[in-house]
Ligand binder design. Structure first.
Ligand code: ATP
Length: 240
């Protein structure tokens, strides 16, 4: 479970996240949506201790991420797939990850298979990978420690249709086994297929927090809801 409580993050005079409160419960996929610059990545970065909150808190599995023993083994994180070391092979990235986490090296081959990277691909340098391959590697890295929570920022970017289908199944199985997934994405159709809950933010504030079933029962699709709920806060809305 992830609990975001009255979280505010300021960068100088800019309020990136403005007093947001929501929960991503265990056993569910929570879709975290919002226009560019709405504050999604900032919230995720605070959740994993990469950015300090100005006020409020994010609790992961009942505490601060940084206070969890071996946090990377309990919380799988993918914030920026393009940030991986270009000079290392995919296999090296995963092997180093396994060593850091203290999990057996045999996890590397299991994870490669799970994310659909071949042995041959795993021996190529990450600098030669397509964005989709980097996303697969990043998701693999997040899964290495058999975590209870996944925090994924735009993991479907660059994935081909099979990749998106694969990721959807992976997240469904993960959540159905009791895992917590916080997933940001601009691929609304995909989020609609996989998310159990939707938290939408605009200009750092929550504009929607509801079960997907509830939203769909109102007869609207996620794209329409997104456009109507965030129009006044999105760049296009502001320009209009
Ligand atoms: N390190 C930083 N310093 C200053 N401003 C920042 C910093 N990081 C983010 N911001 C600003 O905070 C706001 C929220 O950014 P954030 O990256 O959280 O948005 P986002 O919802 O993830 O957007 P996107 O969908 O484009 O990834 C933006 O106005 C952004 O410019």
């Amino acid at each position: 479970m992830i609990t975001v409580q009255n979280l505010t993050k300021r960068y100088g005079s800019l309020i990136a996240v403005d007093d947001i409160t929501f929960t991503a419960p265990a056993g569910t996929v929570t879709g975290f949506l919002g226009p560019n610059g709405a504050g999604k990545s900032t919230t995720m970065r605070v959740a994993v201790g990469l950015t300090h909150a100005t006020s409020g808190s994010v609790r992961v599995l009942g505490g601060d991420y940084t206070d969890l023993p071996n946090p990377a083994a309990r919380v799988g994180v993918l914030l920026d797939a393009s940030a991986q070391h270009a000079g290392r092979t995919g296999r090296e990235v995963l092997t180093l990850g396994a060593m850091t986490l203290g999990v057996p090296r045999s996890r590397v081959d299991q994870v490669l298979e799970q994310v659909g990277l071949t042995q041959r691909e795993s021996r190529k340098r990450v600098g030669t990978y397509s964005l989709g391959m980097r996303q697969r590697l990043g998701i693999g890295h997040a899964l290495l420690g058999n975590p209870e929570v996944l925090i994924l920022d735009e993991p479907a970017n660059g994935l081909d249709p099979q990749g998106i289908h694969w990721m959807r199944s992976l997240l469904r199985v993960f959540a159905d086994a009791g895992g917590t997934v916080l997933l940001s994405s601009h691929l609304l159709h995909e989020v609609q297929q996989v998310a159990d809950r939707i938290v939408m933010i605009g200009n750092g504030r929550i504009v929607v927090d509801a079960a997907m079933e509830e939203l769909l029962a109102e007869g609207t699709d996620l794209e329409t809801l997104f456009l109507t709920s965030t129009m006044s806060t999105s760049r296009e809305g502001i320009a209009a």
